[in-house]
Ligand binder design. Structure first.
Ligand SMILES: NC(=O)c1ccc[n+]([C@@H]2O[C@H](COP(=O)([O-])OP(=O)(O)OC[C@H]3O[C@@H](n4cnc5c(N)ncnc54)[C@H](O)[C@@H]3O)[C@@H](O)[C@H]2O)c1
Length: 313
């Protein structure tokens, strides 16, 4: 049977993920959205791209969940962005309802799938998917760290005028203003950036990384999709090809980094069974304090969730 990935939400991010999976011939894709016509139209458009781009991956658009059965991976991008006078909490509850509903539908049809959550607020939506699916933490992960570190990698490459391929960046913590970019562990061809870039410029890169999402929203009036889409595809590829790649992902911690029962961005080993290991690195007191502050911000959101099961169960 051919590998199958379901992508729920055929908006900017979802469609980019579907296209990335097809371009790399990683799997056939079922693209689901509540807006009738959109997933069908985008899938047809991408199927018609296949002869030109030379990929043999079939996309199918649908507004029901029929056909998503036995997916290997389900990517959840469904949700609404913040509008008008909507508060962050309003957004939290609207997307909580959407992600809970989506999770229920996909988990029932694909009980062995690995869930990759993209919808915001990311860490809280991962928790909703974990609670509703009942899947083990190894199979419910969130995409944020790959994106945040890709942004930082680009800023480092741009600063030093070197290939982006030479750069590695390390970002821990929740996906929000409190994320923790770690210059000490960020390198260019193996050399820590602290040896290559002045403290002042590193501080500017760290600040720009933290504001990376907001910088794009300021320009586009909506959130990014090319880099978020590509980052999600990197996770999908690591799983389907069993690469055991170390990537920063939102993972449910049960004591690692001294954090309990919360989704926080940490480096994990990603392979065919999902999260195969959480990599713990030594932190300075300042870095640990920043990570704890980030975890506290995630905890505050978790406490507002309405999804049945109490935190920590
Ligand atoms: N984790 C990250 O780093 C990251 C990065 C970018 C965007 N995001 C988040 O990803 C989500 C999607 O962003 P986007 O730019 O693609 O938004 P978008 O508005 O373009 O797409 C969202 C899609 O979800 C669909 N949808 C809504 N409710 C649904 C439901 N119940 N079932 C199926 N589909 C449903 C909508 O019809 C829409 O097509 C947002 O929550 C955004 O904040 C996260």
């Amino acid at each position: 049977m051919k590998t199958k990935v379901t992508v729920v939400g055929a908006g900017n991010v979802g469609a980019t993920v579907a296209q990335g999976i097809a371009l790399k011939e990683l799997a056939d894709v079922v693209l689901v959205d509540i807006v009738e016509g959109v997933p069908q139209g985008k899938s047809l458009d991408m199927n018609e791209t296949a002869p030109v781009e030379k990929y043999d991956a079939l996309l199918r658009g649908t507004s029901s969940y029929d056909g998503t059965e036995s997916s290997d991976i389900v990517v959840i991008t469904a949700g609404v962005p913040r509008k008008g006078d909507m508060s962050r909490d309003d957004l939290l509850w609207i997307n909580e309802g959407i992600v809970a509903g989506v999770t229920q539908e996909v988990a029932r049809r694909s009980p062995n799938a690995i869930l990759i959550v993209v919808s915001n607020p990311l860490d809280a939506m991962c928790e909703v998917a974990r609670r509703v699916s009942g899947f083990p933490r190894e199979r419910v992960l969130g995409m944020a760290g790959v994106l945040d570190s890709a942004r930082m990698r680009f800023f480092i490459a741009d600063e030093l005028n070197v290939s982006v391929e030479n750069t590695h960046a390390f970002v821990l913590g929740g996906h929000g203003d409190t994320m923790v970019p770690l210059p000490r562990y960020s390198t260019v061809a193996g050399i820590p950036i602290t040896e290559l870039i002045s403290k002042e410029r590193i501080d500017a890169i760290v600040k720009r990384t933290r504001n990376g999402g907001a910088e794009i929203v300021g320009l586009l009036k909506t959130s990014a999709w090319y880099a978020p889409g590509a980052s999600t595809v990197e996770m999908v590829e690591a799983i389907l090809k069993d690469k055991r790649k170390i990537l920063p992902c939102a993972a449910y911690l049960t004591g690692e980094y001294g954090i309990n029962d919360l989704y926080v961005g940490v480096p994990i080993k990603l392979g065919k069974t999902g999260m195969e290991q959480i990599i713990e690195i030594t932190l300075t007191d300042d870095e640990r304090a920043a990570l704890n502050k980030s975890a506290d911000a995630v905890k505050e959101l978790f406490e507002k969730l309405k999804t049945g099961v109490p935190v920590g169960v």
